[in-house]
Ligand binder design. Sequence first.
Ligand code: PLP
Ligand code: COI
Length: 335
Amino acid sequence: MDWANLAFGYRKTDYNVRCYYRNGAWGEIETCSEETIPLHMAATCLHYGQEAFEGLKAYRCPDGKVRVFRSDENAARLQSTCRGIMMPELPTEMFNEMVDRVVRLNERWIPPYESGATLYIRPLLIGTGAQVGVHPAEEYLFLIFVTPVGPYFKGGFAGNPYVITRAYDRAAPLGTGIYKVGGNYAASLRANHEAHAKGYASEFYLDSKEKKYIDECGAANFFGIKNDTYITPKSTSILPSITNKSLMQVARDLGMKVEVRPIPEEELETFEEAGACGTAAVISPISCLDDPDTGKRYDFGSQPGPWSTRLFHALRGIQYGELEDRHGWTRVVIG
Ligand code: PLP
Ligand code: COI
């Protein structure tokens, strides 16, 4: 395996783990080597979007151990998503047990530390029961697969250009943006495609009601930095990012102030640094952000700024067991 040149994509591994929900209860955890799933053609995931996923990573650390990062948070977010779209909640212990099992079963696919690649863990929950009327399913499948991945953006920790889109909304103010459901990503595909076609790393969303405040950076949260303060949007239509939540704590630990509040677009001009954050990229510094409708360009410099660099290394250091995990965020799965 050419671990160091892996892209962020799907690669077959040895096993996935599955659990079915039937007759009002979760069944036994099953180990499976099939990549496909048998599915009823009237399954609610296909027709009515009863589909949720999660994303987290396992890290092969320099001390030889394999750690996962804050999987309790992914379990909790999935439970929130389940409440949002009427799916049965999976208990956190079961979620963690399945994460640990699928990582251990695929140990040979966990990239070496030096490669910079990681094992991406993708939990998926779908309504499998048949319905023709618009109702939640009676039956569900929860599964987790893993796949080794390289950096989300080619070049890793380096500045990228983004572009504001006003032509498309990712999510409505009281819609499903706070949940990790597939429909939000379907709603983003065209905007993302158009941004890529124009040479941008990703599209950038303002709030869909007023187009006045910053929402999200494609499939990542936004943060801006000025005056030693980490500022990130408060909004009812963005995904509560576990990376962002962690960065806010790390920022406080490093002596920064943290603000969670609506950020009007004009404030972009005042930020010394800006970044996108998420599991896939940790921090992806924003080099510039264009607003084609106004002709405005917000420039943050092509090199990652000093605070972004410190935050990036502090969080990565915890994920790889190199820095003290004072908040108990990692769990050793192997070693
Ligand atoms: N926002 C969206 C829309 C996402 O899909 C993701 C990715 O999971 C994030 C933000 C970042 O969330 P997290 O840090 O939990 O990966
Ligand atoms: C993230 O981890 O930040 C993502 O946005 C994952 C993406 C593949 C949905």
